[in-house]
Ligand binder design. Sequence first.
Ligand code: ADP
Length: 341
Amino acid sequence: MASITIAGLRKSYRNTEILKSLDLSIKDGEFISFLGPSGCGKSTLLFCIAGLEEINDGSIRFDNREITELGPRERNIALVFQDYALYPHMTVRGNIAFPLQQQKVDQQTINKQVAWAAETLGLESLLDRLPSDLSGGQRQRVAVGRAIVRNPSVLLMDEPLSNLDASLRVRMRTEIRRLQRELKMTVIFVTHDQEEAMVLSDRIAVMKDGIVQQFAAPMTVYTDPANHFVAGFIGSPQMNFLPAGLSGYNNDLVLGVRPHDINPAKAAGDGVHFTGELAFVESAGPVHFLDVMVGGHLVKATCSDPSGLEPGSQITLKAPGHALRFFKSGSGARVHMSSQH
Ligand code: ADP
């Protein structure tokens, strides 16, 4: 496995700059997600690392070895795509063995490696089946088996779970994480799903318009977002954004507060209060979401017990000082206020 250092990377398609002087240092054995909305450049960056796209400027190093000029095969990477890209006429065994056969590895080693990959991924009983006789999750596992069978330096995954149904996605992501820990692989995982990135990653590179907005551990991007964009992209339901003037702060600022941090006020005290009309109560099992109109703005709040809360009635909400985040209205840059601490 390898560490990856990207410095000053630029990538344009014709006259459009897609990646804008990008720097990232990924440690050996880290699980990294590239997270951002569609079109922000995640796959382009992954393909640049894979050697499938040439870069216009900058450098990429694996373990301090410059690989910018090397082709994909010489980089010893493995790619797993959303659509699996299995060979339909080959059995599971044939698909997993294929990269080793291409490298002219001897048959004994191939048998040993295929057996290892199949055991690691629970595919032993499926080795003689064709891809058409497998479920979506099993096909995805075969694609992962084919990727790991030759011990790549880096495993690159481009939205690998997007074609699976919701419950299988959750199971597969646990498997991928277990596998990464077991094999101590360096993994880069492209996704637009913030929850997937949060649960899987050691660190997340949150991207927008070809720029890494923040590169940090999941709980850091959640609790300490670098800007308005990151604060809004991470977390579900989304953070509330309100004119800070609503709670007595400077109106050039936007106040951000997560729905889980804003609750019906039981008593006065520390924090900010908002009074408005309760529009809607949405029950999601252990937590209940409250939609409250405050000065023409919708505020999403939470509570554990909604009994006695009637839509149409006035309600006072409270958020503690430590849960407040502030951003500049125009640029979205984070502003640190001393009263937060
Ligand atoms: P993401 O993976 O974040 O959805 P992509 O990296 O696929 O985004 O694309 C980033 C931008 O680059 C998009 O605007 C896309 O249209 C553009 N793009 C991607 N590939 C090409 C290409 N081969 N030629 C021209 N433009 C491209």
